[in-house]
Design a protein around this ligand. Structure first.
Ligand code: HEC
Length: 160
């Protein structure tokens, strides 16, 4: 009886611990990855500025090959996922497989050195956003793509 109780306690403990083990978080997974793969063009030490500053002088910054908006903090990264620029990260990192033209976003190649690596890292980003959170819609309707909805935004997990 005693042993049975112990086993039950272990099983319950495992069931509770599992989802949190699998959860993708900013601190554990996303920040180290972005630091490794995106630092060259998206960190302030290499001349990158915030999305807000970037947009103020888009003429200047868009001429520079290796300067994209800052992705070096939770706030800077989620600015390109939720607000003010919903869908930006998803449009850039997507592999194109679900689109009619199959064209990947122009930052997809930065996700890894091989197809397998890129696929695994895309999966990690999708898991971080959460089921139903990977959407291409902008704040406003554009080219027939409807504006993002509150329901879509509600799906975003983005665990810190
Ligand atoms: C070799 C340089 C370089 C690397 C490495 C790079 N990027 Fe970029 N990225 C740029 C440049 C330049 C722009 C701005 C021009 C453009 O919009 O394509 C940009 C734009 C973006 C945008 C769109 C920003 C906006 O304002 O809409 C996102 C999102 C993005 N990058 C994500 C990433 C992620 C995530 C990584 C790492 C996995 C990465 N990039 C790696 C150069 C780079």
């Amino acid at each position: 009886m005693k042993l049975k109780f112990k086993l039950l306690a272990i099983l319950v403990g495992a069931a509770v611990a599992l989802p949190s083990l699998a959860e993708v978080t900013y601190r554990k997974d996303i920040a180290p990855f972005v630091k490794k793969r995106c630092i060259e063009c998206h960190f302030p030490e290499n001349g990158s500025v915030t999305l807000q500053e970037y947009d103020l002088d888009i003429e200047k910054y868009s001429k520079k090959d290796k300067v994209g908006p800052r992705l070096d903090s939770y706030e800077n990264l989620t600015a390109l996922i939720a607000f003010p620029d919903p869908g930006a990260l998803m449009r850039r990192l997507d592999d194109g497989s679900g689109k009619a033209d199959k064209k990947p976003g122009n930052m997809y190649e930065k996700l890894g050195d091989t197809d397998a690596e890129r696929a695994a890292n895309l999966k990690m980003f999708k898991a971080w956003l959460g089921e139903g959170g990977w959407n291409f819609n902008r704040w406003e309707e554009k080219n027939g793509v409807p504006a993002i909805t509150k329901e879509q935004l509600n799906k975003l997990k983005l665990a810190y």
